[in-house]
Design a protein around this ligand. Structure first.
Ligand SMILES: Nc1ncnc2c1ncn2[C@@H]1O[C@H](COP(=O)(O)OP(=O)(O)OP(=O)(O)O)[C@@H](O)[C@H]1O
Ligand SMILES: [Mg+2]
Length: 877
């Protein structure tokens, strides 16, 4: 993010892109000139207090109230309650200091920590020279391991029928004990020593057994269940290198720092790695765990082959492996190219290898289709061991609520209770302490985003033609939302460029929250899928993450919370990295109560006591939803996962150049979300785990549906009969090709035959009659096999169904049920995200002015700003 070399227009554009309100942007520019970082700093700190703004005065304005902590960490919260924010110029590159200096000063401690831990570890455990010459290089495994391999359980060896047992060199154990120790004991020791855990979880054991048997392994285990340990243990056991492929640079960075604390040497490679010697050292086998993104792995294939030829690679672990699949929610084409691993690192290609180097693929969210696709795309072996844990998280309480989420006026209604949870105790507290203090005073102190939203004082900004929502929102896709010149790009939802495309070292600063000290034993409280069901106590205070679809909404909603007395902050990938790091740290330290984020605050957020995950707007898929919801309740305690969706508006796809196949897939994913929300009769947890191919025998008993029970069934006998007769009449004339069957998912696809079908007059009459009677709009009917059966059965019986959520709503309001026909425009999908990623690599925004009323008004305002700025700047010349 540059600062000094941007034109005023670009600065305005960048700031709007970050989600700041237009009025605020102008105010900031007037105050500090067209310098991006100063303007950001101005807005983030307190732009309403213009006169108080000086460069040296930047308090991170968290609450002064003594009741500042959330949950467990009271002491640290209090001491850090008035955390001093370093000046933004300390962290952004546009000021005189060079990037390298900045990086060194801001991140030195982290890297020092890695190096220190690494050298400590090397001293203690392995004599690997810094030039990479491992004294044990010729041994495929450390001596004790070869020995213990003899003691693998018999049944295990039998289980793996075509397991070819490794010829073990004779082991000469000097202390005479290693031979006796079985591998589980060894793992137990390493676990205790490095992590403070007493035992492996069942699925972790299975995964490690598969690795010991040189087998490929696909691990699909719930979020927060401890998948990372499955590839960390092999690194500890073997003394060789485990190469971990990960999609996000921030994730790699986090993991390296965590590992350094556990005394395990690790590094990450790629464009974000500032130390040019790291790659060389990694390729010499210095680090136990080497993180890289797929692109980097492809680039360093030859050095990796050399490392493998020296018998120095224990495993390739592919984390977040759902990114491989086109059917997944986060498709990254480069992940598919990882099939090179299986093609190159096999015993038949590398002479010194006795066995193919195993692949371990890990994810929390993979449907059956995705699993198959992963195995096939990565060319994993036919004997790949699939380790599955239950997707069911018994402590997560799912619910769905209707809300017109895109309106600011909804905030008050939807979040009144949440605000009360956070503020009531503060108000009481401050009353007790100081009778004169009031909530207004508190507000002025608590906001890390104390924006003066003057146009939005009452919380309603629908009439504010320059609200950032108007310029950025894509949840509603009407054309007037595309008013700004750059709006075509800005209206894409869920598009964060938080991938492995760091443009400079500052990008590494996104999440250094693992710096937070945690005793290893605290990990023991973490989520276990098998734990007993929770009781239904009401939830009190506790950290909350709110996911919203657009960047600007993070700002608006965070501001709403701040003004209501809640310590809240916005988080999206466009905001300055230093700010994101502070938010991440503040959240982990329980200083920030509510983070309002886009999906950029998703993967890798490992905080145990998150009590609420709220999705405020449609998620893009159930996989994404479940993964994000999975951030809640990692301590096993009851946590809420609430989805607020506008039942009147269907999720939509933005126009893009995606292939027809991808469009189909994106619609399928959206329609699954839609159906999940509309369902009024099936336990939410059941629906969610079923989506991943798991059948729950029992209901969860805690979700909104389990709690309130299904609504009374409605008879649709008349409508169904009319409809089916009309259909039947039509079907008599239909040939094979124009007969549209639903897919097993029930998704509805655009096909030309569909149009012909729907245009038949009888059918249209039937549909309009149904629409009048039950106010259910049917736009694209399909005949499913079940429908055909029903049709053929000539059933005259009553046809009762549970009404969908929107049908219930429409019976209360005089409104028509939302239509599938609305689907087709305005929503993002992984393909768009990919395109955006490509776009963001270029980092060039082409601005195509669109001559709408708003863009004209905006241009006018921009030119006014430009004139004012020119006048101001001329004074300095
Ligand atoms: N055997 C164990 N006993 C106790 N705690 C464990 C064990 N294994 C892992 N954990 C803890 O579980 C937490 C989550 O681990 P990890 O980050 O590996 O989860 P994950 O499955 O990769 O989650 P995500 O899908 O979100 O990436 C960590 O804090 C870790 O220390
Ligand atoms: Mg993980």
């Amino acid at each position: 993010m540059g600062g000094t070399n941007l034109s005023a227009d670009n600065v305005v554009s960048e700031l709007l892109d970050m989600g700041f309100e237009f009025g605020k942007v102008l105010e900031a520019l007037e105050a500090v000139g067209p310098v991006l970082n100063d303007a950001v700093d101005f807005i983030l700190n307190d732009c309403s207090n213009k006169n108080a703004y000086t460069k040296s005065q930047h308090a991170f304005t968290c609450s002064k109230t003594p009741n500042c902590s959330l949950g467990e960490d009271e002491n640290s919260s209090q001491s850090l309650c008035r955390m001093k924010q370093s000046h933004i110029t300390d962290l952004l590159p546009s000021f005189s200091r060079c990037k390298r200096d900045i990086f060194e000063s801001s991140s030195k401690s982290s890297f020092d920590a890695i190096e220190m831990a690494m050298s400590r570890f090397l001293d203690e455990e392995e004599q690997i020279n810094v030039d990479g010459k491992n004294q044990h290089k010729t041994e495929p495994f450390p001596s004790w391991m070869d020995a213990h391999s003899h003691s693998l359980p018999k049944e295990f060896l039998q289980q793996n029928g075509n397991f070819q047992y490794q010829q073990i060199p004779q082991f000469n154990n000097t202390d005479g004990q290693g031979m006796m120790m079985n591998w589980e004991q060894k793992v137990g020791d390493a676990l205790q020593k490095h992590f403070g855990f007493s035992s492996l979880k069942g699925f972790q054991k299975e995964a490690i057994k598969a690795w010991l048997a040189h087998k490929d392994c696909l691990i699909v285990a719930a979020t927060g269940s401890g998948k990372s340990l499955c590839f960390q243990i092999p690194a500890l056991l073997s003394g060789k290198v485990v190469v971990v492929i990960s999609p996000l640079i921030s994730l790699m960075h986090d993991q390296c720092l965590k590992l350094s604390k556990h005394g395990i040497s690790a590094c990450f490679l790629g464009s974000g790695q500032p130390d040019t010697t790291v790659e060389q050292k990694a390729m010499n086998g210095v680090y136990r765990i080497v993180y890289a993104c797929p692109e980097t792995v492809l680039r360093i294939l030859e050095p990796l082959k050399r490392l493998a030829a020296n018998n120095m690679i224990a495993l390739f672990a592919i984390d977040e492996v759902h990114c491989v699949s086109k059917w997944g929610h986060d498709f990254r084409p480069d992940y598919r190219r990882l099939s090179v691993l299986r093609e190159n690192f096999v015993a038949s290609h590398i002479q010194s290898l006795r066995f193919d180097i195993p692949l371990m693929a890990l994810t929390a969210t993979a449907t059956l289709d995705v699993r198959e696709d992963v195995i096939e795309s990565l060319h994993m072996s036919r004997e790949t061991k699939i380790v599955l844990t239950s997707f069911f998280r018994p402590n997560l309480r799912f619910s769905v609520k209707h809300s017109r989420t895109s309106c600011t006026s909804s905030y008050d209604e939807d979040f009144r209770d949440l605000v009360n949870i956070y503020t009531i105790s503060k108000v009481n507290n401050s009353k007790g302490k100081n009778k004169s203090s009031n909530i207004g005073e508190y507000n002025s102190n608590c906001s890390s985003y104390s924006l003066d939203v003057s146009s939005d004082k009452d919380g309603t900004s629908e009439s504010d033609s320059y609200s950032s929502d108007d310029t950025h929102s894509c949840a509603s896709s009407s054309d007037e939302n595309y008013a700004l010149p750059w709006a075509d790009e800005l209206t894409v939802d869920y598009l964060e460029d938080e991938f492995d495309t760091p443009y400079n070292v500052d990008d590494l600063d996104v999440s250094c929250a693992e710096l937070l000290e945690r005793s290893p034993h605290k990990h023991m409280e973490h989520f276990e899928a098998t734990q007993a069901p929770v009781t239904l106590e009401p939830l009190g205070q506790g950290p909350t993450i709110i996911y919203v679809p657009t960047r600007n909404e993070t700002i608006k909603l965070a501001d709403f919370f701040c003004r209501s007395g809640v310590r809240a902050a916005a988080y999206h990938a466009k905001l300055p990295k230093a700010h994101l790091r502070r938010v991440h740290e503040g959240f982990l330290q329980n200083l920030i109560e509510v983070v309002v984020a886009t999906i950029a605050f998703g993967m890798g957020i490992d905080k145990s006591n998150v009590r609420r995950i709220i999705h405020y707007g449609w998620p893009q898929s159930l996989e994404a939803y479940y993964q994000e919801a999975g951030r809640a309740g990692r301590d096993g305690k009851l946590s809420d996962c609430i989805l607020y969706a506008d039942f009147w508006k269907c999720p939509k796809l933005l126009p893009s150049q995606r292939s027809e196949e991808r469009t189909r897939q994106a619609y399928k994913m959206l329609s699954d979300c839609f159906r999940y929300s509309m369902d009024t009769a099936t336990c939410r947890a059941k629906t969610l785990v079923k989506y991943f191919g798991e059948e729950l025998n029992d209901d969860c008993h805690i979700c909104d549906i389990c709690q309130s029970g299904p609504p009374p069934k409605q008879s649709l006998t008349v409508e169904v009969n009319v409809f089916l007769h009309a259909l039947k009449a039509q079907c008599a004339y239909m040939d094979e090709t124009s007969f549209v069957f639903a897919s097993h998912s029930g998704a509805i696809y655009g096909q030309s035959s569909r149009k012909k079908f729907i245009e038949r007059p009888n059918l249209r009459d039937a549909i309009s009659r149904i629409r009048e009677q039950v106010r259910v709009a049917i736009k694209y009917p399909q005949i499913t096999k079940l429908g055909m059966k029903f049709l053929d059965s000539h059933a005259e019986d009553c046809f009762y169904v549970y009404p969908y959520a929107d049908m219930l709503l429409s019976s209360r309001n005089d409104k028509l049920y939302s239509k599938f026909s609305d689907w087709g425009k305005g929503w993002a999908d992984p393909e768009i995200r990919r395109q955006r990623l490509q776009g963001s690599k270029r980092r060039e925004r082409k601005t195509k002015p669109r001559k709408t009323k708003k863009s004209k008004r905006n241009c006018k305002d921009l030119s006014t700003v430009r004139k004012r700025l020119a006048a101001k700047l001329s004074k300095f010349k």
